[in-house]
Design a protein around this ligand. Structure first.
Ligand SMILES: [Zn+2]
Ligand SMILES: [Zn+2]
Length: 308
C-alpha cells in the first residue's frame, strides 16, 4: 500500500474517531443528566447554566454563522461579528469558514446530488450520518470571499480554543458556586447536555425541516416549515421560508412564526450595532405567495436572485 494511502486511511480513521467522540460523549452525558433529573439530584444553578449557555451559543450559530456569515443578511459592527463567530464556534459544529462553505453548498444543491445533508439519501444521513463522511465543502469554492476576511480567518483558525472554552466556562462557573461537585455538574449540564441539544437542534433543521412540516412557498427543494424546530432553533425551523428568501434576516414571516434570531437582529439594529438588515421587498413576497397559491410556477426563480 503506498505511504500516502496509509496516511490518508489513518487520518480518515482519526477524523471518524473524533466525530464519534463528539457525538457519543454528549449523548451519554445527557442520559446521565436525565437519570439525575429523575433522582431530583439537580441544582437550579446547573439548569440556569444550561439555559444561558444554550441561548448564547445557539444565537452564535443562527445569527452569527448562518444569517450573518453565510447569507450576509446584515452588516455587523466588527466587535459584534467577532463575538457572534466566537459564540458560533462554541457549538462544536466546526470552524466558521467550513460551516459557511458547507451551508452555501447545501443551498446551491438543495436535495440534489452534491447536497451535503439531504434526506433524499435517508433521514439518518441528513441528521447525523453526513458528518462522518467528511462532506464539508471546499471553502475555496464555496466561501472564497471569506478567506480574505481577517476576523473570519482568525476565529476559524482558533476554533478549538473557543470550542473548549464552551466546556471550561460552565466548569469554572459551577466550581466557583459549588466547589468540585458544582464544577462537574456545571460541565455536565452547561457543557455536554448543552452540546447535545445544540447539535441535534441544528441537525434537525437539515433532517426534520427537509422532511416534515408545511410549505408556504414553492421551492425546488424539499424545505419545510416545522414549528417545533422553529422554537428550539430560534427561528431556523421556518426553513421553507428561508429557502424561498435565503438572504432575509427574518425567517418568521407571520406574527405567529416566532423567530428569536430575527428579534435579536432587530434589537441589534435598533442599538446601531448592525446595519443594512435585508428585508424581503413586499412586492416580491406577495408575488411569491401568489405563485405558491397557484402552484403553477416554482417560486424559486426570483428567490434565487435573492441569494447572496
Ligand atoms: Zn435546507
Ligand atoms: Zn441558509
Amino acid at each position: 500500500m503506498p505511504r500516502s494511502t496509509v496516511s490518508n486511511t489513518l487520518s480518515n480513521a482519526l477524523f471518524k474517531g473524533v466525530i464519534l467522540l463528539v457525538v457519543t460523549v454528549p449523548l451519554l452525558a445527557t442520559l446521565l443528566a436525565i437519570r439525575l433529573l429523575w433522582l431530583r439530584a439537580v441544582h437550579p444553578t446547573d439548569l440556569v447554566l444550561l439555559a444561558v449557555m444554550y441561548a448564547f451559543i445557539a444565537f452564535g450559530v443562527t445569527v452569527g454563522y448562518h444569517r450573518m456569515l453565510t447569507h450576509r443578511s446584515f452588516r455587523p459592527h466588527p466587535a459584534v461579528k467577532l463575538v457572534l463567530l466566537i459564540l458560533g464556534s462554541m457549538a462544536f459544529e466546526g470552524p466558521a469558514l467550513e460551516w459557511a462553505a458547507t451551508h452555501t453548498k447545501h443551498h446551491a444543491q438543495s436535495d440534489r446530488e452534491g447536497d451535503p445533508h439531504s434526506p433524499v439519501e435517508g433521514f439518518f444521513h441528513a441528521h447525523i450520518g453526513w458528518i462522518f463522511r467528511d462532506s464539508t465543502a471546499d471553502p475555496k469554492v464555496y466561501a472564497r470571499h471569506l478567506m480574505s476576511d481577517k476576523i473570519v480567518m482568525f476565529v476559524s483558525r482558533t476554533f478549538l480554543l473557543w470550542a473548549l472554552l464552551s466546556l471550561a466556562i460552565p466548569f469554572a462557573v459551577g466550581g466557583l458556586l459549588g466547589g468540585w461537585p458544582g464544577a462537574l455538574t456545571g460541565l455536565l449540564w452547561g457543557g455536554l447536555v448543552r452540546m447535545f441539544l445544540t447539535h441535534h437542534v441544528t441537525w434537525s433543521v437539515n433532517s426534520v425541516c427537509h422532511t416534515f412540516g408545511r410549505r408556504m412557498f414553492e421551492t425546488v427543494d424539499r424545505s419545510r416549515n416545522e414549528w417545533v424546530v422553529g422554537l428550539l432553533a430560534f427561528g431556523e425551523g421556518w426553513h421553507n421560508n428561508h429557502h424561498a428568501f435565503p438572504r432575509s434576516a427574518f425567517h418568521g414571516l407571520r406574527w405567529w412564526q416566532f423567530d428569536f434570531s430575527g428579534y435579536l437582529i432587530w434589537a441589534l439594529e435598533r442599538l446601531g450595532l448592525v446595519t443594512d438588515v435585508y428585508r424581503i421587498p413586499p412586492a416580491l413576497l406577495a408575488r411569491q405567495a401568489a405563485k405558491a397559491k397557484s402552484l403553477a410556477v416554482p417560486a424559486t426563480a426570483d428567490a434565487a436572485e435573492e441569494v447572496a
